[in-house]
Ligand binder design. Structure first.
Ligand code: SAM
Length: 329
């Protein structure tokens, strides 16, 4: 079987990681930057308001999160829109693209508990179902969750049982590997289709995505497994793949140049690429903290400041996570 099929089953199969991870809860392996502080979502809210003020996003446009897990991030966005520009909460249309029914249900309940009937949340299983005039799309860590092929010195991998054999000639994979200067490494599958789906949703949109990787990810295998708060390289000798299959997260560094090319091919303009810390600071995370400082007591402010520092300090989260932005006008 192709490696992308194996990885697809691992993550999205009936017993795959994402089909069952609703049970993992807040204490599980699953912890991303957006869970660190509500001010991540707050900063995105501030940015959405600036898009409305600029005239790019209609007041009744769509705000859509893709791959929203529990929906906490989009809820943080809504909470800050309520604080900063309450009238937009009822005029904008909030959408989540989520393929799993159980997660859709969880997100619906969380929004109902948090906002009552003030927000009408719409769900789609795929971007193909969405049609609108103008939209803002946001995603966190989705590109590292696309299945990939593995490439090594001219050959593409196949999976037999738990063994990986590099003996397939696959021209598409080879061409991508050469284009991104990889003698070995992962080639993501599905970026082109995803970009084509997004472009057909509406006339005008901005898409912002945060992920772990580089414009040109290093020419090596970065494929790794997260299990019980431990990171294990996929090609580690003693790795029990059978045991870990579907029960742990499997991911790799994103080659943003590939994401960029997929969107360029369907006529979407690349706007910028930068470290998460610079992106959040430029969109106003520090101004939001100042508002908190002026309105909350010292202890609450200091607690939040510590969480925000994790997002914007030039260490693990701030620098190695990147933001990429596209626009179609
Ligand atoms: C690593 S999780 C991130 C979840 C959440 N955004 C967060 O930051 O906690 C990856 C998410 O991307 C979603 N995803 C992956 N490929 C996708 C695709 N082609 N279309 C929509 N969602 C996708 C997965 O279903 C999953 O919810």
């Amino acid at each position: 079987m192709k490696f992308s099929e194996y990885m697809g089953e691992w993550l999205y199969g009936k017993d795959g990681y994402y089909a069952t991870y609703k049970n993992i809860g807040k204490e599980g392996d699953f912890y991303t930057a957006v869970s660190t502080s509500k001010f991540f979502g707050g900063t995105i809210a501030k940015h959405i308001i600036s898009l409305v003020d600029e005239g790019f996003l209609d007041k009744d446009g769509v705000v859509c999160e893709i791959g929203a897990h529990h929906g906490y991030f989009l809820a943080d966005v809504c909470e800050f829109i309520y604080t900063l520009r309450p009238e937009l909460l009822s005029s904008l249309n909030f959408v989540i693209v989520e393929r799993f029914d159980d997660l859709q249900e969880f997100q619906k309940n969380y929004f109902a508990e948090s906002f009552g009937d003030v927000i009408e949340l719409t769900h789609y299983k795929s971007l193909r179902e969405l049609e609108c005039e103008s939209a803002f799309f946001i995603a966190n860590e989705i590109f590292d969750a696309f299945p990939c092929e593995l490439y090594f010195k001219g050959k593409t991998a196949r999976v037999e049982g738990e063994e990986i054999a590099f003996d397939v000639d696959n021209e598409w994979v080879k061409e991508k590997a050469e284009k991104y200067h990889k003698t070995r490494g992962e080639i993501a599958v599905g970026y082109e289709e995803f970009a084509a789906e997004m472009v057909s949703t509406c006339k005008q949109f901005e898409f912002m995505s945060f992920d772990y990787g580089e414009m040109m990810a290093r020419p090596d295998f970065s494929l790794r497994i997260y299990s019980k708060h431990e990171v294990m390289p996929f090609f580690q000798d003693d790795l029990n793949r059978k045991e870990l299959f579907g029960k742990s997260d499997i991911t790799y560094d994103v080659t943003f140049e590939h994401v960029k090319d997929a969107f360029s091919e369907v006529g979407v303009e690349f706007v910028e690429f930068k470290a998460q810390m610079s992106a959040l600071v430029e969109m106003g995370i520090l101004e939001l903290l100042e508002i908190l400082q002026a309105n909350a007591d010292e202890k609450i402010y200091k607690q939040e400041l510590e969480k925000v520092k994790i997002l914007i300090m030039p260490d693990f989260l701030g620098e190695r996570f990147k933001m990429i932005k596209f626009r179609k006008e």
